[in-house]
Design a binder for this molecule. Structure first.
Ligand code: NAD
Ligand code: UGA
Length: 454
């Protein structure tokens, strides 16, 4: 039985390898990680990440042809193909700090692969990495004195959290970048063959390595750019009386633009958009493309502006002070259907409100544990409450920061009655019926629409 190894059992590695195990039953798939707790959790009922459909997928394959392990050495030695999905965060030190990707985990992994291998292998770069990383890795890998040859392929992952399983099962495309040599082409064909187990051939795109690496950064930059574009218009709409939803519908009906990814928000979060754009900015600066770097950096700056603007709007509306006022934060995850809070706008907003001496109470159906970790340093100034009704009880204001479905159908009459008056609601996702809330008695502040104030 051929063996596929996944190194890194995180949000990408876990679900991706589970999908490969399901679709390719003739392969043994092993996932390893240096984090023992994570590996234990993957083997248990309580998976380390929340993702709709993931539990069922893992249950169907676990200990059949999917295995989780901390034994990196033995599994590297046995593997035919290795997918690397380790983290590539923004560098926090030295050259490029704050922008460039920190490749230390990737490089450590590459060196372990060399150390523990005794046969040729295909190494698949799943992590998002700067352009030309694959060739740097190929250098490190092939500088071995054992005569082993490694072929490095770029195969970026495009899944989004919350919809990871359907994205993996029915991807818009699978991108595989490889060397244009005979060996490179052979390696590409092996990976194409693996994906054709479930992905139609016409959706599998093969390119050179650099195009593949750049396409991943560019795709995230384009997606984030759309959000910053619509968010920039929310400020404009609020001042002029235009309605951002009418505007986004009118824009999106142009088939050249398309309607998706035009939802206004309190700012995009997630572990990747900001990191990948800053990585692109850093690369542009490195190649002397100052104007190009500035263009993309603006997408991140606009996101920061949107977060600041939201807090400022709360302050202005609440008579320029929130000191000692209870504020209920509905939703802390960076988007619905995930417990992930990395780079969530909620982190920034809760910190700012606490700076203003507000009494912040956070509620979220899946992300409270991560919220506690993110705000550990100011924990004593916050409350964490799983029940939204209790969170809102006695509050001066509610701020909706994540578009969880459960917040759409709450009994807002009951909530209004339990709140201090005047009661404010700031809908940072525009998921509620604003007119109805206004009629209940709330002062309602949507995004990119006229506020409804008593
Ligand atoms: P993550 O932090 O959830 O997982 C990475 C895992 O790698 C961690 O569990 C860590 O312990 C492990 N690891 C680090 N060094 C290791 C080593 N030497 N040996 C074994 N394990 C090691 O990260 P993630 O969200 O899964 O992202 C991984 C990569 O995929 C990143 O480059 C990211 O940009 C990219 N990506 C993420 C998403 C997403 O939705 N999260 C989507 C597409 C691409
Ligand atoms: C994003 C991309 O969508 C994936 O294709 C990519 O693989 C992934 O990044 C990655 O490289 O990590 P993800 O961050 O999981 O996926 O989730 P998105 O659905 O893209 O949402 C990102 C953020 O943008 C969230 O905070 C979301 O609420 C926000 N958003 C999204 C908006 O504010 N408006 C929108 O219209 C869409």
């Amino acid at each position: 039985m051929k063996m596929i190894l996944g190194i890194g059992a995180g949000y990408v590695g876990g679900p991706t390898m589970a999908m490969i195990a399901k679709k390719c039953p003739e392969y043994k798939v092993v996932v390893v990680d240096i984090n023992q707790d994570r590996i234990k959790a993957w083997q248990s009922e309580n998976l380390p990440i929340y993702e709709p459909g993931l539990k069922e997928l893992v249950q169907a394959t676990l200990n059949r042809n999917l295995f989780f392990s901390t034994d990196i050495q033995e599994n590297i030695a046995k593997a035919d193909i290795i997918f690397v999905s380790v983290n590539t965060p923004t560098k926090t030190f030295g050259t490029g700090a704050g922008k460039a990707a920190d490749l230390q985990y990737w490089e450590k992994t590459a060196r372990e692969i060399v150390r523990f291998s005794s046969s040729d292998k295909i190494i698949v770069e799943k992590s998002t990495v700067p352009v030309r990383t694959a060739s740097a890795m190929e250098h490190i890998l092939n500088a071995n004195d054992k005569g082993i040859v490694f072929d490095v392929l770029s195969n970026p992952e495009f899944l989004a959290e919350g919809t990871a399983i359907q994205d993996l099962e029915k991807p818009d495309r699978v991108l595989i970048g490889g060397q244009e040599t005979e060996r490179g082409k052979k390696a590409i064909s092996s990976l194409v063959e693996l994906y054709t187990h479930w992905v139609p051939k016409e959706k599998i795109l093969t390119t050179n390595v650099w195009s593949s690496e750049l396409s991943k950064l560019a795709a995230n930059a384009f997606l984030a750019q759309r959000i910053s574009s619509i968010n920039s218009l929310t400020a404009f709409c609020e001042l002029t009386g235009a309605n951002v939803h009418e505007v986004s519908k009118a824009i999106g009906m142009d088939s050249r633009l398309g309607s998706r990814f035009l939802c206004p928000s309190v700012g995009f979060g997630g572990s990747c958009f900001k990191k990948d754009i800053l990585n692109l900015v850093y690369l542009c600066q490195h190649y002397g493309l100052k104007e190009v770097a500035g263009y993309w950096e603006q997408v991140v700056l606009m996101n920061e502006y949107q977060r600041k603007r939201f807090v400022q709007k709360m302050l202005n509306a609440m008579f320029n002070t929130v000191a000692s006022k209870k504020i209920a934060i509905f939703g802390f995850a960076f988007k619905a259907n995930t417990g992930d809070t990395r780079e969530s706008s909620a982190i920034y907003i809760c910190r700012e409100l606490t700076e203003e001496h507000a009494r912040v109470v956070i509620t979220d159906p899946k992300a409270l544990e991560n919220a506690r970790i993110d705000l550990k340093d100011i924990e004593e100034k916050l409350l964490f409450e799983p029940d939204p009704y209790k969170a809102a009880d006695g509050a001066h204001a509610i701020a909706i920061l994540t578009e969880w479905d459960c917040y759409r159908s709450l009994d807002y009459k009951k909530i209004y009655q339990s709140m201090e008056k005047p009661a404010f609601i700031f809908d940072g996702r525009n998921i509620l019926d604003h007119q109805e809330l206004f009629e209940i008695g709330f002062n309602v502040y949507p995004l990119g629409k006229t506020s409804l104030i008593h």
